[in-house]
Design a protein around this ligand. Structure first.
Ligand code: ADP
Length: 495
């Protein structure tokens, strides 16, 4: 039976209320418990999610383990075709998924949520096409021996995802893991359980039962048991540094591989010869103001050459000021909400700290006037200028619409400032000079460096950080081969 798109997200969440997806079926938590999921734009409950615990993890992992043998035994291209077919079907659900993720995450539909839903579908199509690349090598070890390597699946993969870009971040784990012959148990984020559950439900039309399962629940209560489960042989995690450390420790106990995509405090360097129009648009896009800055790659440290600094700042402030904050589902809205109260309090706390630390606070855009949104988690974007490099707002990840602008004199000073961070996820440089651009890309300590643009994660481009930003790469062929297979060496003695 084919699943038709449901364009009313309020109706759709009711269908998904209180359910995991295990072995192809929507099922309640074994303990019968649920938790409330709120619309961050209104503060009202939209539905309840199943509160998974170790018992649900046990069921889901054993189902995934059982399904893995048959799945891995299929020809790689057959698996690839099924995963690509999921992408094709998901393309027909872009509008539905965009609306649903806008409702539960508070991200504006036009600027963020619909875009994310279409990239999700594209990721499955992309990875589906890579199945034939799961190939090994022959090695000239000894003329009397045939020596070769093969790529073997790892087994059951635990995928733990956050709330900020749940669809895309699930896709870059699930798609390569499945194509490589693994089966997957996903643990969704507390605030955004429904859209990823819907995606998995849609994918059941194509995938064999038990190959992809999804649980909702809290971090320690559901994510913890998933990482610790004896039959989970690989964990791919995206989230905060602190939780990343916890996951890494638990994985170390079992000696299993992990991929960790953690935080960032990404620099954007604007040289004196930069195209100012492009750089300002790049700062607005790169800082992800339309996503309330809730991005690991947000260009939250903007370093501007002293010659351009004042003009850059006044034009940046004017541009951010034009962004309209409002109901995430309204097509007119540019900026939606922060995800939840805890996160909003944290962001507001940093805004106070920044002012106390002596930086100049420029608060932009207007809060929505609609009384229906009075209890929403809206925060006005803030651009701090005159920021000291050792200020907390300059060093700690805020994960909100708060950018810091710094002034620099020389290229060396800019690179030093850019690299003076615990994080190393992304960086951009804006210049017309080829030598400056190349030197900067070489010297910047980051996993994802761009010149004169600020794109988000794309299929085929390895994505991942250095330093506290994490371990491993995602979104590319390399990510599938290196992180979702192990290499087996085979030696045939022909004498
Ligand atoms: P945030 O604070 O923004 O929620 P986290 O890193 O805590 O960021 O959460 C990212 C994901 O990790 C979520 O799905 C969350 O439930 C999960 N998580 C949190 N704590 C743990 C844990 N101890 N073990 C496994 N997963 C966890």
């Amino acid at each position: 039976m084919s699943i038709e798109p449901v364009l009313d997200p309020h109706k759709l969440v009711k269908e998904l209320d209180g359910r995991h997806l295990i072995n192809g079926e929507l099922v309640p938590a074994k303990n019968g418990k649920n938790f409330d999921v709120l619309n961050p734009a209104t503060g009202k409950v939209i539905a309840q999610a199943a509160e998974g615990d170790a018992d649900d993890v046990d069921v889901a992992v054993s189902i995934a383990k059982k399904a893995q043998k048959d799945w891995a035994n299929r020809p790689a291209r057959e698996r690839g075709k099924l995963v690509a077919e999921c992408g094709r079907i998901l393309t027909q659900h872009v509008e539905e998924l965009g609306r649903l993720v806008a409702l539960e995450s508070g991200k504006a539909l036009r600027t963020e949520s619909r875009v994310e839903a279409s990239v999700l579908a594209d990721m499955f199509v992309f990875f589906g096409g890579l199945a034939s690349e799961l190939k090994g090598e022959t090695i000239p070890f000894n003329p009397n021996m045939m020596t070769l390597t093969t790529r073997e699946p790892i087994g059951v993969v635990g995928a733990i995802i956050p709330w900020n870009v749940p669809l895309l971040l699930m896709a870059i784990k699930v798609a390569p893991a499945l194509v490589a012959g693994n089966t997957v148990v996903v643990k969704s984020a507390e605030d955004t359980p429904f859209t990823v559950l819907r995606v998995c439900q849609i994918m059941q039309q194509v995938l064999p039962k038990g190959v992809l399962n999804i649980l909702s629940g809290f971090g320690p209560g559901c994510g913890g048991p998933l990482v610790a489960h004896k039959d989970v042989k690989k964990v791919s995690f995206t989230g905060s540094v602190e939780t990343g450390r916890t996951v890494y420790r638990a994985a170390a106990e079992k000696l299993i591989p992990v991929t960790l995509e953690l935080g960032g405090k990404s620099p954007m360097i604007v040289m004196d010869d930069a195209d100012l129009d492009k750089a300002i648009a790049g700062a607005v896009g790169g800082m992800r103001f339309t996503r309330q800055g809730q991005s690991c790659t947000a260009s939250s440290r903007i370093l501007v050459h002293e010659k351009l600094h004042d003009e850059f700042v006044s034009r940046l402030l004017a541009k951010v000021n034009t962004l309209k904050m409002g109901d995430p589902l309204d097509e007119e809205t540019d900026i939606g909400t922060i995800i939840n109260r805890k996160q909003r309090d944290k962001v507001c706390g940093y805004i106070e700290i920044g002012a106390q630390e002596g930086a100049t606070k420029n608060e932009l855009s207007a809060l929505p006037s609609d009384p229906k949104l009075a209890d929403g988690m809206f925060v006005r974007p803030v651009v701090f200028t005159d920021v000291k490099p050792d200020a907390r707002i300059a060093r700690e990840e805020i994960f909100g619409p708060v950018a810091c602008v710094f002034k620099f004199k020389t290229f060396d000073e800019a690179i030093e400032l850019a690299n003076d961070s615990d994080f190393g996820l992304a960086a951009t440089v804006w210049t017309k000079d080829l030598k400056t651009a190349l030197t900067a890309t070489k010297r910047l300590e980051a996993g994802f460096v761009q010149v004169n643009q600020n794109l988000v994660v794309q299929p085929n481009l390895s994505y991942g950080g250095v330093k506290l930003s994490g371990l491993g790469k995602e979104a590319s062929l390399e990510s599938m081969l290196e992180h979702f297979t192990h290499k087996k060496t085979i030696i045939l003695n022909m004498e």
